[in-house]
Design a protein around this ligand. Structure first.
Ligand code: ADP
Ligand code: MG
Length: 700
């Protein structure tokens, strides 16, 4: 069966599936075609090739198999510690099987003094081995499976209710693979296979589902991880290389009055070396005659806005307009205010355009953009609406958080006759592997230095039982003339409760601090109300600002020196770091106080510990990736085409990723359009994987 057919062949035709199961597979797992099923990989394997002896158990064993009988059952503990313990022996020693859930059904299901095969992961507790929530099988029935590694597939509760469990999926894979007679079209080119020494696709797909031993399983995983990462890189790098070859960029050949006047007369401080370096890198891009597509990474407070402004002035010097797109209205408004303030005294026309810009204003601004009269436009998504037409857009800056995918970025500026230079700025540092995957088509500049004179923010972790001490501390800081943020989580699905917490907090703070002004902002307020509350805080009229994460990005109040984060355990690491970046902007010692409940999972405790011990955004981003995996990283889930990896793991497969990227780069260097015979297969695969034919170059 040819590769293409597998993509097109509906799973409903596979023996054992039928319409009802097909619907479930589609709904629950997104499996539609034969190929989808083949690429639904096991998440773990149980080693049934060996039966271990109790006397041979050691620490750190994976899931293993024992054979023996239950001597007695015993129920121990109370409340949440209540558990059922089965004393189990195989003649070489004894071990406890333990259940914390479903106690009564377990006891009814298994008989004493009967042979069972037990699967589970031994752990040490009270200097003794026990196996929590093991699986028990009748050895006769299990006999047919008792060789090799048994694959386990994730299934949902809904699927399990319809008896579409892991075992069923295993059977379906078997049926499908048998019908293919192991002949699967190769999807990597011969030269790639030769260079990497990877196993063939046929072998990999067969062994990922039915490995005969660990070595085969690992070879299969390696091949499939490589392939997954390789095609993402090939696509990204191809986009970038086509763009560079085919499209000319607007030539920013000179540094003129706008840039120079600002630099000499209005720049309020010396640029850091890192700021100077990234500006040089971008000037080189924009002066090369090619279109710039660059990612600017820099920690919170590293001064990305100022860099953006200088580049926009460079655009004006070359008779072009520039725009800056922010993810939220608040941030756009703040950028607008900051940039107006920087440019006070200079004759530059700057306007703000957002979703809530009034009709009358809009009627003034849109023609101004179209005529070229307005030179810099700052805004939200409103900037890419059809009604917005620039006379001569030379530079578009996207302050990220949107995480536009490669293709989405492509569509942003296509209506311009000449593509503008594009700069993407990330609000938070992201790990290198994630940057390569999300932004692999972009060149990268990094601001790795903070402006001088900043005192690092002191971060403390306190339990919510110690509120009195917290209030005393805040009173002391406000007494010195400082201002305080208090942030509450707002988590999708629990908004109702979250708003309640925020409002209760508001009442408490007003009662505890009657002598001070307390204000509040959240997403449900009208824009005008929000603005008024923000104004009260920014002007210093109010000392305490309570907010949901709407303040996360961008607000700049140098006099605010304390950031209190309520229910800190519910925030992601990069979010916490981003919030902390709101303080420490003035000369005083600043504080970030993470408030959590006493009961924390060990992962959460680790996260809070990392926050307390590190102020470095890149370090924190790497830790976040390690702790949570890329699937959960902020911004990657809603990105539509972000990081949806089936088998590779950005936290642990950095080396494979780098290798895949290097190889893709070398291939494109030699054969940019992938037209030569060995590479034809790569080209075909790209168009299957990324469905529609992409105009590779028309992407910015
Ligand atoms: P971010 O990179 O987080 O967007 P900002 O651009 O908001 O950072 O800069 C943070 C603060 O540092 C702002 O108040 C800005 O004016 C100030 N700043 C930027 N560059 C410098 C510099 N070279 N020296 C001193 N302060 C600077
Ligand atoms: Mg910023």
């Amino acid at each position: 069966m040819a590769g293409l057919e597998l993509e097109d062949r509906s799973i409903v035709y596979l023996p054992g599936v039928g319409p009802r199961r097909a619907e479930l597979l589609k709904q629950e797992l997104g499996i539609v075609s034969y190929s989808d099923l083949l690429h639904y990989f096991p998440y773990k394997y149980l080693d049934r090739s060996q039966i271990y002896r109790v006397s041979d158990l050691t620490e750190n064993m994976p899931y293993i198999q024992l054979r023996g009988r239950i001597l007695r059952f015993e129920t121990l503990g109370e409340g949440s510690g209540k558990r059922l313990v089965a004393r189990f022996t195989d003649g070489t020693g004894e071990v406890d099987l333990v259940w914390f859930k479903g106690l009564s059904s377990v006891e009814g299901r298994y008989k004493l003094n009967t042979e069972y095969l037990v699967f589970g992961k031994p752990v040490v507790f009270n200097h003794q081995y026990n196996i929590p929530h093991p699986e028990l099988d009748d050895p006769e029935q299990a006999g047919q499976l008792a060789s090799g590694l048994v694959p386990y597939y994730n299934t949902t509760a809904k699927m399990k209710r319809a008896f579409l469990n892991s075992r069923t999926i295993q059977n379906l894979q078997y049926t499908l693979l048998s019908s293919l007679k192991w002949h699967l079209d190769e999807t990597l080119s011969p030269d790639v296979l030769a260079k990497t020494g990877l196993v063939s696709r046929s072998e990999a797909i067969r062994h990922i589902h039915f490995p005969s031993d660990i070595r085969h399983m690992e070879e299969a995983r390696r091949r499939l991880k490589f392939e997954e990462l390789f095609y993402i890189q090939l696509r990204m790098l191809r986009t970038a290389s086509d763009r560079k070859r085919k499209y000319r960029g607007i030539l920013f050949s000179r540094v003129g009055d706008y840039f120079n006047t600002f630099y000499k007369k209005y720049l309020p401080f010396e640029l850091t070396n890192a700021q100077k370096r990234v500006i040089r890198e971008m000037r080189a891009d924009m002066g090369s005659g090619r279109q710039m597509n660059r990612l600017l990474q820099g920690d919170v407070g590293s001064g990305k806005t100022l860099v953006a402004l200088l580049l926009m002035l460079l655009a004006l010097d070359n008779h072009c307009q520039a725009c800056l797109m922010a993810p939220t209205e608040i941030l756009a408004t703040q950028h607008y205010a900051t940039i107006r303030e920087f440019l006070k005294g200079m004759d530059v026309k700057v306007e703000l355009l957002t979703g809530s810009t009034r009709k009358k204003e809009r009627e003034r601004i849109l023609p101004g953009i179209a005529s070229g009269d307005i030179q810099i436009v700052i805004g939200t998504h409103a900037l890419i609406e059809d009604t917005v037409n620039f006379a001569s857009l030379g530079l578009a800056i996207i302050d990220e958080q949107h995480r536009f995918g490669v293709e989405q970025r492509a569509r942003l500026w296509v209506k311009n006759p000449v593509l503008p230079h594009v700069l993407v700025m990330t609000a938070t540092p992201i790990p290198r592997t994630l940057a390569m995957t999300l932004y692999g088509d972009l060149d990268v500049s990094v601001i790795d230095e903070l402006p001088p004179g900043r005192k690092p923010v002191k971060t403390l972790h306190r339990y919510d039982t110690k509120k009195a001490e917290l209030y005393a501390f805040l009173r002391q800081e406000i007494g010195k003339g400082r201002q305080v943020y208090v942030v509450y989580p707002l988590i999708e699905g629990s908004e109702k409760l979250d708003y309640k917490d925020l409002e209760a907090g508001f009442e408490t703070f007003k009662a505890v601090f009657p002598e001070y002004q307390v204000c509040m902002v959240h997403g449900r307020m009208k824009a005008s109300e929000k603005e008024e509350e923000m104004r009260r805080f920014v002007s210093g009229e109010a000392q305490i600002l309570l907010a949901t994460t709407v303040i996360e990005v961008g607000v700049n109040v140098p006099n605010a020196s304390v950031m209190v984060i309520e229910s800190a355990e519910r925030f992601g690491l990069s979010q916490l770091h981003q919030l902390r970046g709101r303080v420490g902007r003035g000369a005083e010692q600043s504080y970030c106080i993470l408030i959590s409940s006493y009961k924390l999972s060990s992962d959460t405790r680790k996260r809070l510990e990392i926050m307390v011990s590190s102020n470095n955004g890149f370090e924190i981003a790497e830790a976040d990736l390690r702790l949570r995996g890329h699937g959960d990283l902020e911004g990657t889930r809603q990105s539509g085409e972000g990081v949806d990896l089936k088998i590779a793991n950005l936290a642990t497969d950095g080396q494979i990723l780098q290798y895949a990227r290097d190889l893709a780069l070398a291939i494109l260097d030699e054969d940019p359009e992938l037209l030569s015979e060995p590479h034809r297969i790569l080209n075909e695969r790209l168009s299957i994987l990324f469905k529609k034919r992409i105009d590779w170059a028309r992407i910015s």
